[in-house]
Design a binder for this molecule. Structure first.
Ligand code: F0G
Length: 482
């Protein structure tokens, strides 16, 4: 395809940008990495940045910003009410999504708070392709229940299905018939389905979901936080969309949705978020929550500089030369890991590369958090900070029982336009070393376990001294090297 750029016989992705501001990195010795991870309760969220070499925790709020975004930040119009910056963002939203109303919020979960408080009642059921952690928490806090109606293929780690984020229409209809449309305030579709490996849905699937919404008189809410990657995949993987522009695909996705919300820490490559709709009655019902929880209606908790950056970032999202970098780097990393026999989620998705801990450390029982243990081990092996996306990221059920996750993944996020190919290669090499020594990795157990979103602050301990032994093996194999 003309707009996919590779060199060396199509082996290496080619960046269509140059780097003009850099940040120096620090790689501390392996013994210090063990100390740091133990002080962090074996939870990479609790590491300090100074102890991290490659920060692959998330793509949230850490994508590289463009020169044009930075320039726009300098002309931000700072005022409590009526800021021109807000009107610029509102009109960019209208131009791209065709939505008349924009409610600003400080980040994605703030949008989830507003939508959940307004539309969810005790007993509500929310069907979706897959849950996201903060989404599920807001739905359950308001007395609702998440029902996932993903296609069976979604949980197949090794797959060549191009759209594992699709909703299974038969399952969706059966669920609506079972619980009754009256109990379903909305159906939620998540672009670039985060927890199953950044997997996209197809435009065709979304059209079918819309039909079901119309038949049963329920709304379609799109979580567009990871829309950027999903747009890329629709363009390159969906045969019937080859001739559509990114702008046209975006517009159709928007037209199919009653409400779109997004984390601008991802979509728009800045920080913030917002809710868009064209239905005045929906905007009215949510509007008063903005000053209550976020800030005045023309900033919603965001700095005006970030809002300027979002306007430009959204415009740049319409450019294939901008949005192809993330998925292409991820595809490269997935290919390199696969070639070394390391179990990873396929096909490659957006957001990052997802290592399958269930297979990588198949000797660790799920109750001892294999993905959490592997995440800690990857930090020890290379100073690389990934994120656990498995049982640790679940919440216990009402009776306090552990909810074992469908998948045990370690997410190695590739924030957009941040890492070089040699840094990706370094990560691949260290993970390969770890794979050869995987039997040294053992489980974790909670020592401090918060009730809500425990993965953020929870502290764990290794079940033995395996982390020290792993560092000793590293020293034997790598000599004086860091
Ligand atoms: N929805 C999706 C699909 C997300 O990936 C996120 C955040 C949110 C909502 C919440 O947005 O962080 O701005 O409040 N994902 C981050 C991540 C945390 O690391 O994947 P937020």
């Amino acid at each position: 395809m003309s707009n996919i750029k590779f060199y060396q016989g199509e082996n290496l992705p080619l960046e269509m940008h140059k780097v003009s501001i850099v940040q120096k990195l620090n790689l501390i010795p392996v013994e210090d990495r063990v100390k740091a991870i133990q002080e962090a309760g074996s939870n990479t969220f609790l590491l300090r940045n100074r102890d991290v070499f490659l920060d692959m925790l998330t793509d949230s709020g850490v994508n590289a910003m463009s020169d044009r975004q930075l320039a726009a930040m300098m002309v931000a119009d700072d005022s409590y009410a009526g800021s021109e910056t807000y009107y610029r963002l509102e009109s960019k939203i209208k131009e791209i999504f065709g939505k008349d109303f924009f409610l600003p919020a400080h980040q994605g979960r703030a949008c989830e708070n507003i939508i959940s408080q307004v539309f969810i009642k005790p007993g509500s059921v929310i069907p979706m392709n897959y849950h996201f952690t903060t989404t599920k928490s807001h739905i359950t806090v308001n007395g609702g229940r998440v029902e996932e109606v993903f296609m069976d293929e979604a949980l197949n780690i090794k797959s060549n299905h191009p759209f594992k984020g699709n909703i299974d229409i038969d399952k969706l209809v059966a669920l609506i018939e079972e619980v009754g449309a009256d109990n379903i305030p909305f159906i939620r579709m998540e672009a670039g389905t985060n927890l199953i490996g950044g997997q996209p849905f197809s435009l065709e699937n979304m059209r079918q979901v819309r039909k079901v919404c119309d038949e049963y008189g329920t709304m379609l809410v799109l979580d567009a936080s990871l829309l950027q990657d999903n747009l890329y995949f629709i363009k390159v993987r969906e045969e019937s969309c080859r001739d559509m522009s990114i702008r046209e695909i975006t517009r159709e996705i928007s037209d199919l949705s009653d409400i779109i919300y997004f984390s601008a820490r991802k979509l728009g490559a800045a920080r913030g978020g917002g809710i868009c709709t064209s239905r005045p009655e929906l905007a009215d019902s949510m509007r008063e929550m903005v000053p209550l929880y976020e800030g005045f209606l023309t900033y919603g908790g965001m700095s005006v500089r970030e809002m300027e950056a979002i306007s430009v970032g959204l415009e740049e999202t319409m450019d294939m030369n901008v949005i192809d970098q993330g998925p292409q780097f991820i595809a490269h990393m997935v290919k390199e890991l696969e070639q070394r026999g390391i179990p990873v989620v396929t096909p490659p998705g957006g957001l990052g590369c997802h290592v399958d801990a269930m297979e990588f450390v198949d000797h660790i029982p799920q109750e001892q958090y294999p993905a959490g243990a592997l995440t800690a081990a990857i930090y020890i092996a290379g100073g690389i900070r990934g994120m656990e996306r498995g049982t640790m990221s679940e919440q216990r059920d009402e009776d306090g029982n552990e909810t074992l996750s469908n998948m045990e993944l370690v997410r190695l996020a590739l924030p957009r336009r941040v890492f070089t190919l040699s840094q990706v290669q370094y990560a691949v090499d260290r993970i390969s070393w770890l794979y050869e020594n995987r039997r040294l990795i053992e489980g974790l157990t909670f020592v401090e376990e918060p009730k809500v979103l425990r993965f953020f602050f929870g502290r764990l301990a290794p079940v033995s001294d395996w982390q020290i032994k792993l560092a000793q093996k590293f020293r034997e194999d790598f000599g004086d090297s860091l």
